[in-house]
Design a protein around this ligand. Structure first.
Ligand code: GAR
Length: 193
């Protein structure tokens, strides 16, 4: 559980790799008066990530890291997060694996959103696999990050009904709409709001 000290908002970093629609919804949420977070930093694993436009439009600091060179990145990333007094990290469409050491350092302070009803369909291509298996439902999950992929404690889930005509594209789109509501709700929940 992350603690809210006084009325100050918790300084948060959002990690992205792509479009950043969850980032945008988190930024909008952070601007609400009763939101427990303020987004101070955007970290991207990809210098071409579309989501980086939100750094400019919302005047938020951004930094791009090459997550391949792990140990060096860890050091630089940790020092950047410390410098900015970051105490919560939200992974939002972040497609890289964080090192065990990094996760240990921020234990209980890293959240992720995943487009399936975990523990089902960890990893990539969730929608394709759900459709191949002819599941009736899919959905999305916000969870704490631990050292095993998509396996940390669940905070909240939202179920989405699969339609007969669904393709992975239409399903992804409907689930993404729910993700935008679920992430803020899950953040409120960890702050007992
Ligand atoms: C979202 O559906 C998110 O759940 C998923 O990538 C998409 C990113 O969209 N994340 C993962 O698959 C993580 N393993 P966005 O960039 O528009 O927020």
């Amino acid at each position: 559980m992350v603690l809210l000290v006084g009325s100050k908002k918790v300084k948060t970093a959002v990690f992205i790799s792509g479009t950043g629609s969850n980032l945008k919804s988190l930024i909008k949420f952070s601007k609400l008066k009763n939101s427990p977070i303020s987004i101070e930093l955007i970290v991207s694993s990809n210098n071409k990530a579309k989501g980086l436009i939100f750094a400019k439009s919302f005047k938020i600091k951004k930094k791009i890291f090459n997550f391949k060179k792990n140990t060096l990145v860890d050091k630089k990333l940790i020092s950047l997060l410390k410098k900015n007094n970051i105490s919560l990290i939200c992974l939002a469409g972040f497609m890289k694996i964080l090192s065990k050491e990094f996760i240990k350092k921020f234990k209980g302070k890293i959240l992720n959103i995943h487009p399936s009803l975990l523990p089902k369909y960890k990893g990539l291509n969730t929608h394709e696999r759900v459709l191949i298996n002819k599941d009736k439902y899919s959905g999305c999950t916000v969870h704490f990050v631990n050292s095993r992929l998509d396996s940390g404690k669940t905070i909240l889930q939202k179920r989405v009904i699969i339609r007969k005509k669904d393709t992975s594209k239409t399903l992804a789109k409907r689930i993404l709409m729910q993700e935008h509501k679920l992430y803020p709700k899950a953040i409120k929940k960890i702050f007992n709001l």
